[in-house]
Every structure is written in structure tokens, then in C-alpha cells.
Design a binder for this molecule. Sequence first.
Ligand code: C5P
Length: 203
Amino acid sequence: MIVTIDGVAASGKSSVSSGVAQALGVPYVSSGLLYRAVTLLGLNAGAELADASALLPLLPGVRLEPLASGNRVWNADHDLTADLHSTRVDGGVSTVAALPEIREWVDAQLRALPAPLVAEGRDMGTNVFPHAPHKFYLTASPRVRAERRAKERPEDIPAIEAALTERDRQDTTQSAPAPDARVIDTGPLTLQGVIDTILADLR
Ligand code: C5P
């Protein structure tokens, strides 16, 4: 069984997916972390982020560890996880995610994982696991998402809201709900409320 949980930036996908996966006793995988890892390595190497040929040599060392408690991403034996959610990576990741060669590599990493699992991202239900029997798509207004994200970033709420709105715009191509996804507005719900809504649907 595969459950896909897609949604816009900072809609709570990772926390929700982790909660759902733990309740089901299965691993979850956060696909955005792979795009973030390639972005971080590209920035650190001084690569042009829009140039796939500069990024492709960086990919072989990257490995995602889908722990139930929180995914980790490694580059060889170096744990990148703590550095993947910076404003710097936020600003470059959509450029990297627009590259077909990088998307192909991420998709292959995800499809190699054994089911059952919960897969989280933008195109899990539409592209990576189109035959998944259970699909969800999380939304919330830009302001609500910026207020949540402000707890994890140094910038103020209007700056975060502007950056999220820009990232949504850049991600439009790969970020649409699958026709058979249940769309959940997480704005009025607590984290546990979203998790319970999904679990009730699965039952
Ligand atoms: O989910 P998260 O916000 O960490 O994703 C970071 C970025 O990775 C997104 O803004 C998007 O550009 C890209 N992404 C994607 N497809 C996915 C997951 C993430 O394009 N399935």
C-alpha cells in the first residue's frame, strides 16, 4: 500500500506524513529532501543551479534514509539533514527541481523503495505513484503557512509569505492535485486534526 501526501510549500506535509506513517507503522519518504540535498551540494560546489550537467556528478553520493522518526539525507558518510531547510536552499531548490534530469533521478530513488510507505511531495500522486490507492493534497493560505514557517526561519512573516508565494509559482508545473486526491485545507485544523482526517479516510 502506498499513501501519497502532496501539497504546497509549508502546508505541513512532512509532519502530517510522519504522523500518518507512524500511526500505520510504515516508513515515510519526503521527496523534497532529495531536491534540497542536490541544491545544497550544488550551492556548496559553486555550480550553476539551472545547469543539470553541473549537478549530475553530485548525485551518486546522495542517499535518503527513510526513518519513521524523520528522514535523513546523506552525502557519502556526511549527514546533510540539518542544513537542508535554510533560506539559501529554499531560494534555489525550485530551479533545481525544474530540471528533468534531476526529477528523473529523484523519481528513480523513490520508486526503488519498498512498499508499504507514505510518500510526500508535489507530484507523488500525479507522477511518481499514479496508481497509489490513497492520495491526499494539503493546502492552506499563504499567510497561515508563513505563520507556521516563521517558527523555523529567521525572517519575518511578510518576507516568508513572499518567498513561499514565489516558490509556489515556480513549482506550479509539478504541484497540482491528482484528480483522485482528497484535497484538505489544513488552515482550520491542528496537525493532529489533519493526521486524524487522513487516518479516518484510510479506514
Ligand atoms: O517539500 P519541500 O518544500 O521541502 O520541497 C522543496 C522543493 O522541492 C519544492 O519547492 C519543489 O521545488 C521541489 N519538489 C518537487 N517535487 C516534489 C517535492 C519537492 O519539485 N515531489
